[in-house]
Design a protein around this ligand. Structure first.
Ligand code: 4AD
Ligand code: MG
Length: 480
């Protein structure tokens, strides 16, 4: 007999045809009602058991966490919360779960903190919260591909292992098969990478951008969507050592076109989640409402999760230059009691996340795209403006998140790029291939990077980035 997923069953009409449903027991009430979940939806299927018809020993094995198969017919449900339920005729125990052992895990039916769930990352997907988050994550990944494919972008697979270390985006993880305890040394006493598998010092990529640029110069519009790595020792609710990044790169796009694309893309994927993840978002919204209730009245958000998502879709992102933003920050009064305690004093300073969040949450009260940053605080490849001191960089800033996108128009002028590389001590020899693009048919081009987990965080309303990726990699955390 064919196994049918619970999300399909719940929208089916009652029928006399026998079906078999498999899943994990969420609860078994009064020896009569089994709530069964198979991961296809946040909703459980109610299975009604006439216990007189079953062996007691079998019924004892229907415990929380056990995997079972029930066979029966779908009938109209008189109970609340569902239209149909299964009138059970046969039960098969597929995998038992000892209640005494379950009690010691997060499978036990009581409220567990997110911290506790993180400690049992291999089991947390069985909870409603993680089921909802990971289904939304999967749908968002689909939406990313759908958006770019519909808009004539080509999916480009950037390498994970790379010899280039000039992106300047952050510290890198080194990849080597040399014995770290006694690596072979050259005559000058340095590690001799010539003897390594890759014959060169190599790293895990921090960004696929530079390689994506090479492909945009042949395919026109490309995007990457894959894991990237940053070996920065930052323990925040927004940073991971391994995260997924989406990086579109487009020939013939200037910074304005780049900003238009970022805004349109974000709106598309957020709308996709609203349209396709209704049940999961409703659950996550209620979860957040509970959290809000525990906060003092003054700190409670007036907007629900879905209000926030609709707000993104319905409002234009405010576009502001770095210089304007600094003026606003300079004028704003620091508030010693609240979280915005800063004053930014001079032009040229990098914005901290508290500045970004002030601009978005307190000043403009909408998503903001900051652009034209000082050249000194941005990467070498960004196009220099005529003022000689700012570059065509853009960051998209989101409420509750801060920076969600970082991008720029790229420096397409060979001489200017070379000059910049020299000034920033970046080897032209190593990046000859990158410079080549400016020799053979160079053109205006742009791109950006969106941190996928920050997007998932925003859409699910989760406060900590560790809770939107199956196995978070953070300092001291790579158990399995
Ligand atoms: O601003 P970043 O460093 O930009 C780049 O890597 C460019 N090469 C992108 C491009 O133009 N193609 O990173 C881009 C985005 C950030 O805005 C943020 O959303 C996310 O990647 N990000 C992180 N997400 C999680 N953990 C980290 N450690 C992250 N670092 C960056
Ligand atoms: Mg950035």
């Amino acid at each position: 007999m064919q196994h049918i997923e619970i999300n399909k069953i719940l929208t089916s009409k009652p029928s006399t045809i026998e079906i078999t449903v498999k899943g994990w027991v969420r609860s078994f009430r009064s020896n009569r009602f089994i709530a069964l979940n198979d991961g296809s939806t946040i909703k459980n299927l109610q299975c009604v058991v006439d216990f007189e018809n079953f062996d007691e020993k079998l019924l004892d094995k229907i415990t929380v966490g056990a995997a079972i198969a029930v066979t029966g017919v779908l009938v109209e449900s008189l109970g609340q919360g569902q239209d149909v339920e299964v009138q059970v005729e046969k039960i098969e125990i597929l995998g038992e779960a000892d209640p005494e052992e379950v009690k010691l895990t997060i499978l036990s039916p009581k409220r567990h903190t997110l911290e506790t769930l993180r400690e049992q990352a291999h089991l947390r997907i069985r909870t409603n919260t993680f089921g909802a988050i990971m289904r939304v994550r999967s749908k968002l990944a689909f939406a990313v591909h759908e958006y770019f494919q519909k808009n004539n972008f080509h999916y480009f697979h950037s390498p994970i292992i790379t010899g280039s270390d000039a992106e300047g985006a952050g510290e890198m993880f080194r990849v080597s098969v040399l014995d770290p305890k006694s690596p072979p040394l050259n005559e000058s006493g340095e590690v001799d990478f010539k003897q390594d598998f890759f014959e060169k010092e190599s790293n895990l990529t921090v960004s696929g951008q530079l390689e994506a640029e090479t492909y945009a110069m042949g395919l026109g519009k490309v995007y990457t969507f894959g894991p990237t790595f940053r070996a920065e020792n930052s323990n925040t609710s927004r940073h991971l050592a391994e995260f997924w990044m989406i990086e579109p790169e487009m020939a013939f796009f200037d910074l304005d076109a780049n900003m238009d694309l970022a805004e349109d893309f974000i709106k598309y994927v957020v709308k996709f989640a609203l349209d396709n993840c209704a049940d999961d978002l409703e659950f996550l919204e209620n979860r957040l409402l509970q959290e809000e209730k525990n906060k003092p009245q003054a700190e409670r958000s007036e907007m629900t999760l879905r209000d926030k998502l609709n707000f993104i879709i319905e409002n234009n992102f405010k576009r502001v230059t770095y210089t304007e933003a600094i003026d606003i920050l300079k004028r704003s009064k620091p508030n010693q009691k609240k979280k915005f305690k800063f004053l930014i004093d001079e032009w040229g300073a990098d914005l901290q996340s508290e500045h970004e969040r002030f601009l978005v949450e307190k000043h403009f009260k909408c998503p903001v795209i900051l652009f034209d940053y000082p050249a000194k605080i941005k990467a070498f490849y960004m196009r220099l403006n005529d003022d000689g001191k700012t570059v065509r960089a853009m960051d998209v800033l989101f409420p509750g998140i801060g920076e969600i996108v970082g991008g720029s128009q790229r420096e397409e002028r060979y001489d200017v790029l070379l000059e910049k590389m020299k000034a920033m001590d970046i080897s032209a020899e190593e990046l000859y291939w990158y410079l080549d693009l400016r020799k053979f048919g160079t053109c205006v081009h742009s791109g950006f990077g969106l941190g996928f987990e920050r997007l998932v965080q925003f859409v699910t309303g989760m406060g900590n980035i560790r809770d939107v990726i199956p196995y978070p990699r953070t300092p001291g955390n790579a158990e399995f």
